[in-house]
Design a protein around this ligand. Structure first.
Ligand code: URA
Ligand code: SF4
Length: 183
């Protein structure tokens, strides 16, 4: 039943032309993971590797995410991994506010179907969807409870690839995720 709902949604995403990103995409990247995942990880938008394959977080940021998941003692197959934007923004540019707004119903529907209890939000765009008009720096690196769900807010792994400083922070924060999940 749930499975079917996600399949139908993936089909919708595949043929979506609601924003102009459809024109340059090779594949849509709806996200992947178990239908009953307790944890959802939300990034920003697919990159070039993801566009080529249709799979989330398999490029350089994905490799770092894999390491971070190990640190947190989370198995990739056990979490649902996705992004608010389902098509690759050309030249890896930041998605616009409008594109995010237009694509967001897909992520909302995924959340409704999967109904995860914990959210790991990677970076500013994922954060601002759930925490409007708030500052990431006030929320980063800890679990925040809202409407009976728990959110862990941290940087996007792409920041960790660019700067060692962010990589160190990400490693530290994923260790915190492990501690809480261990409890
Ligand atoms: N970065 C993201 O935010 N999402 C992906 O799927 C890949 C890289
Ligand atoms: Fe549709 Fe989202 Fe792709 Fe835009 S980014 S075409 S809204 S699936």
């Amino acid at each position: 039943m749930k499975d079917n709902k996600l399949k139908i949604l993936n089909q919708k995403i595949k043929s979506c032309k609601k924003c102009l990103l459809w024109e340059s995409r090779e594949n849509t990247v709806p996200g992947e993971g178990p239908i009953n995942a307790k944890i959802i990880i939300i990034g920003q938008a697919p990159g070039a590797e993801e566009d080529k394959t249709g799979r989330p977080f398999i490029g350089r940021a994905g490799k770092l995410l894999d390491k971070l998941l190990k640190i947190a003692n989370l198995k990739r197959e056990k979490v649902f991994i996705t992004s608010p934007i389902k098509c690759f923004p050309p030249k890896n540019r930041k998605p616009t506010k409008r594109e995010i707004q237009i694509c967001l119903p897909y992520l909302k529907e995924q959340i409704r179907v999967i109904n995860p209890q914990k959210f790991i939000l990677l970076g500013e765009i994922a954060f601002s969807i759930f925490f409007k008009n708030k500052k990431l720096k006030d929320y980063r690196g800890k679990w925040v409870e809202k409407d009976n769900k728990k959110y862990f807010i941290t940087y996007h792994p792409a920041a960790g690839i660019r700067f060692v400083k962010f990589k160190k922070i990400l490693e530290r924060e994923f260790r915190k995720i492990k501690k809480i999940i261990d409890l």
